[in-house]
Design a protein around this ligand. Structure first.
Ligand code: ATP
Length: 235
């Protein structure tokens, strides 16, 4: 579905991704692990068309899409939920959700998806007329994910969805991500600091260090790997 080959990305002279290759097949949940500054956000932003690829290819369903503008990437169904719960604070919850659907013309489909999203996130339904700026951190993260779902994702990319949240809120986010994956069947590329959970739910995972992919395997195999355990699982 998504095939990245030998991708190189730099900020000025500083190379953030060297020769990165990665794939996500339809129906997978692929986790990207790596310490701060490893290049995880850079990779997602390059897929989304926010950062430029200097070399290499990003193939989507057999077509080269690297360096296409973001709106075209969104039209392909590649939807990124950015880090840091980016919601529009002066719009209501319902208006934020509508923003996720603003390129869609199928009003019926949007209404159906809105209903499904409210079934998934009861809290957002209760708060649909409230300004997004008044939500808690966890609710805002839920809203950012829900808005992504209204963009009809074929591939949903989540950048550290649990960052900075209290444990009980984090658990709720994990639960919702699993529902999106298992019940809605949406393919997911996940960047997540909590390696224990992220490897458990992943079909496959990649480890990114200093802009290089250093390991790739099933989530279970990586979780059993002593080097991974030492570096990411606190053993
Ligand atoms: P984090 O978990 O901290 O978000 P990350 O793995 O997502 O880390 P990136 O944010 O992709 O890492 O950063 C990769 C490298 O690129 C780092 O060295 C970072 O300092 C650098 N970098 C990221 N964004 C920019 C930018 N806008 N301008 C210059 N350098 C940047």
């Amino acid at each position: 579905m998504l095939n990245i080959e030998n991708l190189k990305v730099a900020y000025g002279k500083a190379v953030a991704l060297h020769d990165v290759s990665l794939r996500v097949e339809e129906g997978e949940l692929v986790t990207l692990l790596g310490s701060n500054g490893a290049g995880k956000s850079t990779l997602l932003k390059t897929i989304s068309g926010i950062n430029r690829a200097m070399a290499g290819k990003i193939m989507w369903q057999g077509q080269e899409i690297q360096n296409q503008p973001s709106h075209l990437i969104v039209n392909h169904g590649i939807i990124q939920v950015p880090e840091g719960r980016a919601v529009f604070p002066d719009l209501t919850v319902a208006e934020n959700l509508r923003m996720g659907a603003f390129t869609r013309r199928d009003e019926r489909g949007v209404a159906k998806d809105l209903k499904e999203v409210f079934d998934l996130f009861a809290r957002l339904k209760e708060r649909r007329t409230q300004l997004a700026g008044t939500l808690s951190g966890g609710e805002a993260q839920m809203l950012a994910i829900a808005r992504g779902l209204l963009s009809e994702p074929k591939l949903l990319m989540l950048d550290e969805p649990s960052l900075g949240l209290a444990p009980v809120v984090r658990e709720a986010i994990y639960h919702v991500i699993q529902q999106i994956y298992k019940e809605k069947g949406i393919t997911i590329l996940l960047v997540e600091q909590n390696a224990r959970w992220a490897l458990k739910v992943a079909t496959r995972a990649y480890i990114l260090e200093n802009g290089h992919v250093t390991m790739e395997d099933t989530g279970a195999a990586l979780a059993a790997n002593p080097d991974v355990q030492r570096a990411y699982l606190g053993h």
